[in-house]
Design a protein around this ligand. Structure first.
Ligand code: URA
Length: 271
């Protein structure tokens, strides 16, 4: 016999059980090891070990195995570094071509970086590259991570390749770039600088001042002719052609979050 809804006699209990289980899960959140695994911390087993070792906190308290979290509300950290778990966050790595501006709208009608990536959800560039600079740029709607990556004094390190005019730099000029050059907004912080070939520089900076590489090279008498950003912290991609973008992998998101936390630790700790 069928009931009034036309369903078979054995149908109702399993469906109710399913709904009850679903609503219980919704209420209690998702298992912490599942959230960690989804954000690139390794297999669920590895994530269980992280929790068992006491390296994971939820809202500042050491988490225990079996803990469930609401990714929308709870603040989850591994070794003190927040993990990016909020749903709806996107992270794009773009290879910006020359001639495209980083601002959301250009008064001169030039193309903008946000026109090169999906329009929904709306994202913004993390930091900026000059219109004539090429290379890697991160775009996201994660304001918290963006602020920490782009922090002018202790952001993650960024690497540039700069073609300069005037031929090879002398050892003294390279030393000056490494130790710090006097700019109108103050002396630059120590940087790693090498010259793979005459007139081509590889510079690794922690600071992100306006037109910093160009002004540093001007200051030693070798103006930049071409500038390409080749790395942002752990993010690099030689196969991404100018104008192309891709989403960060979960592992890249995790490495970026770790790099930001490490950088903040280095610069915030008293020397
Ligand atoms: N330094 C510069 O001079 N320009 C850029 O776009 C980025 C770093």
């Amino acid at each position: 016999m069928t009931d009034d809804n036309g369903a078979g006699a054995g149908f109702e209990p399993p469906l109710w059980e399913q709904l009850a289980e679903q609503s219980a899960q919704l209420h209690q959140g998702v298992r912490l090891q599942k959230v960690l695994a989804a954000t690139g911390w390794g297999s669920r087993r590895v994530c269980e070990e992280l929790i068992a070792e006491g390296r994971v906190t939820v809202n500042g308290e050491v988490a225990i195995l079996g803990r469930r979290v609401d990714a929308d509300v709870d603040r989850v950290e591994v070794d003190g570094a927040p993990i990016g778990v909020r749903p709806g966050l996107v992270y794009y790595l773009l290879n910006k071509p020359a001639g495209v501006v980083t601002t959301a709208k250009d008064t001169h009608g030039r193309p903008t970086v946000v026109e090169l990536v999906p329009s929904e959800p709306r994202v913004f560039a993390v930091g900026r590259l000059d219109a004539d600079t090429e290379g890697l740029l991160l775009l996201t709607n994660d304001g918290d991570l963006a602020n920490r990556i782009a922090h002018p004094s202790h952001g993650v390190e960024k690497e540039y390749l700069a073609g300069v005019s005037g031929g090879a730099l002398s050892a003294g000029q390279l030393r000056q770039l490494r130790q710090g050059v006097e700019l109108e907004d103050g002396i630059t912080a120590p940087a790693r600088v090498s010259q793979p070939e005459a007139g081509l520089l590889r510079l690794t900076l922690h600071e992100g001042r306006n037109r910093q590489v160009r002004r540093m090279c001007d200051a030693v008498g070798h103006p930049v002719t071409r500038l390409v950003r080749t790395r942002i912290g752990p993010l690099f991609d030689r196969s991404l052609v100018p104008g192309d973008w891709r989403e960060l992998t979960a592992a890249e998101r995790r490495l970026t979050i770790e790099a930001v936390a490490e950088s903040a630790r280095q610069y915030d700790s008293p020397s």
